[in-house]
Design a binder for this molecule. Structure first.
Ligand code: ZN
Length: 432
């Protein structure tokens, strides 16, 4: 009894000049490269023939339309359902802007957006091809799990960035919840060769903010992994890092150091011995309705037309035009949640967008230590606060306009809705 496992990866560094995604303050396209951007697919088939594909990428985040294109193509080509397609973005801020994502964020021209659309179309084809190749080249192997730790994620809501270095030097504690676990999922052929090693960490890839393509700390971690495990495909996923930053930051040296710390955690976890996962896969997926607290009306958009914030100006102008055209303003968003069960007890929960760390801590409490939580899977829809963060307010508690929604905040029951959705899926993957 074994898994069938296949892996494929590609260099997806843009070949024409594109803007880098994730920061509103950049003013021009990328002008260099630190290391190539990656996307990889890990295809697994269990002993009963049930299939799933995990896709990791050095991307910022995907618009709903892009996710749908990938899901439709993989359904057409491979018969996979959305439950079986675990698509993730590392939330890299040194990768390209993608079509439809953070559309009010960037001061880009129509030509620059056209280049983004060309790249995104090609990118969708690459993802679909990689998933197909991974299944086509699958061979017998085993999946193994373990867990390490890394300490560089800091709760950015509870610690002032300018004070973190001093606090660390003085040995004083940093504040606020974090998730410093490094879950590890390793795939090895029956011949004993490492095929892929996937690992997660709950922290924004935002060490660097310049004009060079790179994968930020996950990119440096992948380079270190390749040195340590020749021939392996490294696959990073970001956990519930919506409120977590790598601090201190902003130098290539720190970026490399964090990447190497992460890779070292994976290496020592693998060396310490991993737990074998039975070849049994169940997948479940659902879209949970997340209502906005209040949808803006035309007169409310008007008040932002001359805002000093350029994102707000673009956002209010765009919505005003759409309202004048008679477009219906949505009052909620469909939020994707996914659960995979690997073996008898490993749960892998995939949440859309930028979930804060409270979600990971809660799910581990509720479902036990064999639970991994992946943020930034499927669509980038905004920050996803817990009840606590929603009540505290601040950046991760709202700011939905930055993601182009016609609202400022979710309704206060966002955590209840998401955890209820996940609970239903967990029940589903434990049913025979
Ligand atoms: Zn973010």
């Amino acid at each position: 009894m074994h898994w069938l496992i296949g892996v494929a990866q590609a260099d997806v560094t843009p070949r024409e000049p594109l803007w880098l995604g994730g920061y509103g303050g950049r003013s021009r396209p990328a002008d260099g490269i630190l290391h190539p951007l990656r996307t990889a697919a890990l295809a697994v088939t269990d002993a009963a023939g049930r299939r799933g594909v995990f896709i990791s990428s050095d991307q910022m985040g995907f618009a709903p339309e892009t996710v749908r294109q990938i899901q439709d193509a993989l359904h057409r080509d491979l018969g996979l359902s959305p439950a079986d397609i675990f698509l993730t973005a590392s939330h890299n801020h040194c990768g390209p802007v993608l079509s439809g994502a953070l559309i009010d964020y960037y001061g880009m021209t129509a030509d620059e957006w056209a280049a983004v659309d060309r790249y995104t179309r090609e990118y969708v084809e690459v993802v679909v091809r990689l998933a197909g190749e991974a299944f086509n080249h699958a061979k017998p192997g085993e999946l193994l799990s373990g867990e390490g730790r890394a300490e560089f994620a800091v709760n950015r809501r509870n610690n002032r960035e300018t004070e973190v270095s001093a606090l660390l030097e003085e040995g004083r504690p940093l504040l606020g919840p974090t998730d410093h676990s490094v879950p590890v999922l390793a795939a090895r052929s029956t011949a004993g060769d490492w095929m892929a090693i996937a690992y997660g960490y709950a922290c924004h890839p935002t060490v660097l903010s310049d004009y060079h393509w790179c994968g930020d700390y996950p990119g440096f971690a992948a380079l270190a992994m390749e040195k340590e495990f020749p021939g392996v495909v490294p696959m990073f996923w970001t956990g519930c890092g919506g409120d977590q930053n790598p601090l201190p930051r902003r130098t290539v040296e720190l970026c490399r150091t964090y990447g190497e710390e992460l890779a070292e955690s994976v290496r020592s976890t693998v060396r310490a011995g991993l737990e074998r996962i039975e070849p049994e896969l169940r997948t479940a997926y659902q879209r949970v309705e997340l209502p906005f607290e209040h949808t803006l009306d035309p007169s409310e958009f008007e008040t932002h037309l001359d805002s000093p914030n350029s994102i707000r100006r673009r956002w209010s102008r765009r919505w005003r035009e759409r309202l004048l055209e008679g477009t219906q303003v949505p009052s909620s968003v469909e939020y994707p949640v996914r659960v995979w069960r690997l073996g008898k007890r490993h749960l892998w929960i995939g949440l859309g967008a930028e979930a804060v760390v409270d979600y990971a801590l809660r799910f581990r409490r509720e479902y036990g230590p064999h639970t991994w939580i992946c943020g930034y899977s499927d669509e980038m829809l905004g920050y996803v606060p817990s009840r606590r963060v929603w009540e505290e307010g601040g950046y991760e508690g709202g700011f939905l306009f930055e993601y182009g929604h016609p609202a400022e905040r979710w309704r206060g029951d966002v955590e209840d809705r998401i955890t209820a959705g996940v609970a239903g899926l967990v029940d589903a993957v434990f049913q025979e």
